[in-house]
Design a protein around this ligand. Sequence first.
Ligand code: SAM
Length: 283
Amino acid sequence: MHANNIHNGSYDFETLIKTHTPLENFVFVNNFSTKTIDFSNNLAVLHLNKALLKHYYQVTDWNIPNGYLCPPIPGRADYLHHIHDLLDTTKVIKGLDIGVGSNCIYPILASQLFDWKMVGADINETAVNSANENIATTKKLQENIEIRHQQLNANLFKGIINTNEYFDFTMCNPPFHSSEKEANTGSLRKVKNLDNQMSSKLNFGGQANELWCNGGEGLFIKRMIKQSCSFKKQVGWFTCLVSKSENLKNIYKQLTKAGATYKTIDMNQGNKKSRFVAWQFVD
Ligand SMILES: C[S@@+](CC[C@H](N)C(=O)[O-])C[C@H]1O[C@@H](n2cnc3c(N)ncnc32)[C@H](O)[C@@H]1O
């Protein structure tokens, strides 16, 4: 984890339960005499998130519609801390999250961690409505965050970035699977890894649109790179998470073709390795 990430240590469940009592129902002591929750149980993760957002980020009433993606907060915060390292933060920072989701997690954390101004965009109407509901709960979120509805599936920046508008950075956690079947298999594997045994329940968070798109993350990022060329003067850094390292080779090829300068930032969260690619167009 990034050195500044407050989630570097293990969860302090005692304190978190004091902040958000319903979490108590999901905390148990495991075989290593450690307090934990069942991370494959969406309801348990939902209440852990509510507690974390209340305790560390002063967001008192965060929610997501049933079945929508329930994000692990430490990893989401990590991406923002690494973006922070790319920026000149002596001035007011304005960021854009492509695919903000119903959880609106990146704009919320960016607002509460750094007081950044954020725009969150999504194609999914339920996501847009739920993101707006999450913002409505807290005055500071209302001041810092705006949600915009992307009308065209094929577009990422067009229709969202206005003429003469400037963003210091864009970020994105793209839908990574290439089919619904692959998304289901991937989620089952995730539950299996967590439980260390095959689980019969497919209790993952995430609606189809959140988890997959035609061509998977490879094609999504290819589109993003191509479309970023039309906004090169309006964005300081374009960034995007890449969950499959085998996609990097093609991404580098596309970035070179587009004439962008780029770097890859590796992130380690426990035993999970992830990364994002950041690119810009310098004259
Ligand atoms: C993996 S989810 C990420 C949600 C949230 N940012 C998170 O990290 O938990 C991907 C999101 O991208 C959205 N999306 C897909 N295509 C899009 C597009 N062309 N423009 C904006 N959002 C899009 C989906 O609706 C979904 O909410």
